[in-house]
Design a protein around this ligand. Sequence first.
Ligand code: ZN
Length: 587
Amino acid sequence: MKAPLTHRHTPISRFWGGAVGLFLVFSACFLFHLTRVQAAETDLEQKYQQARQSFLQLEKSHDKSERRSWENVIERFKEIYKKHPQTVWGEKAMFMVGRAAYHLYRLSGEEADLETALDHLSRLVNHYPQSVLADDALYLTALIQLEHRKDPDQARKTLQRLIKDYPKGDMKKRAEELLAARDSKKSAVEPLSPSESGGRTTAPDEGGKSTKPEAAPQALPMVTGLRHWSTPLYTRIVVDVEEKITYRSKLLKKDPATDKPERLYLDIYPARMAPTIAPLIIQDGLLRGARIGQYDASTVRVVLDIETIKGYKIFFLENPFRLIVDVSGKEKPAEKEGAAVPSDKEKEREKKLSLAQQLGLGVKRIVIDPGHGGKDTGAIGKDGTYEKNLTLILAKKLAQRVKEELNLEVILTRDTDRFIPLEERTAIANTRHADLFISIHLNASLNPQTEGVETYFLNLTSDEDSIRVAARENATSTKRIGDLQKILKDLMLNTKIDESSRLAGHVQKRLVEALNEKFAPVKSHGVKQAPFYVLIGAQMPAVLVEASFLSNDRERERLLQEGYQDQIVEGILKGIEAYIKETKITG
Ligand SMILES: [Zn+2]
């Protein structure tokens, strides 16, 4: 029995054995192939995301000298769609070439850039009509035709095509709105119903007047820009204006009848709008976007289309004049968003951080802000030493030690000699959800004998010296500080005054101690308060350190010595550490 059975069994087992073997080989190949495809996909996505991050960075800089960087970003997107035309990343990259070239055009004014933009937008629509971005491309094309090509007929055709071909797309409604606005010769901001427009309601018999903007007189101050930084928790919008203007604002309720979202409008007057300002598409969960238009002959209206917000604050800064709208969201997300792929080292730090957090340590990310930069030199010493250079040296040294010794994530607002507006520094801290904000500066006085160290937090003040320091750091006059104080009370609500004051106390104490260890006697002017622009709106404990006087010969000479710099860094570091330890015990 055995033999025949074996005999009969053999072919079967061979068959199955072979099949299983084949299957295993096949699976291995398949899995191998799959892994490779996935790896390539991930790699491609990563390339796209990195290029996109660079785009977003550049978008915020408004620096005309960055043409090379823009071209670099455009090249990176081009490479993605050329090498991978049949992927979703290829499609997206083609759209991004259009967007980036358009931005570049707005900086350069060069027709070739606008051509590149229009060319890529139309290629996206024609090559990938099914792309989710096709309607976005058509909308942007229409805006360009309208604003820059001054070709309303062509823009109308583009919008009509969008509505017809993409009836289910998210741009359809906006296209219809834009068409309707063009039809009634309105600008990008809709007129308000009499009940909405509050104090500016026109009498019924002249009701049509405000809906037909006349050309604004050339002599009026011009609204020159609309900028923003955004996260799902916090968004800062800045409206740049040539001169000081008046403004009024109103929050409008959602209007289900007309399907309009909740809106916040800002009327700026007397003013005219620069023709090149494009609306902002934000879509961060707080705001859908911001529109701007000439509302009537002397009023520019900015409308923020709201998704969901908790609250907002509006204030202005001067020299140059700019209106700032800070919008805050409702809750804190569990994870930070928009973070780049973390390196192993960062992952390691994250691990340690989460352990530290379990122990009740609330501080994990800190923004260090080296004062001034680029065209803004800050104070200048008698020997030509620039404050901006020393603050950068100090900030970099501090960043290094905070990372290594306190194990915190550090973000520098700048790590090169470049100009960053004060309002952007706070926006960086807020959008990166920093837990502490430290701005590093050096003091200057008309009296060359004045020397010593002081640390500030944001508050009203009547102390003349503090007002002078704030005026200098804000690049405004002391008179302006007076104006600022009037609006500051309202802005101070919800800011962390007590925590900031406590942080300032620790930093000042340790800074003076550290300097006196090796350079006694160094004078302490103590903790002070003043309305610094760079601290306004900070959502975390925030301080500004004036770490010695550049106008004093002895301190200036010392500031150039590494030993003195190291003691300043040591002091601030120990101050931060003491603050965190105290938070941990009491918190
Ligand atoms: Zn300064």
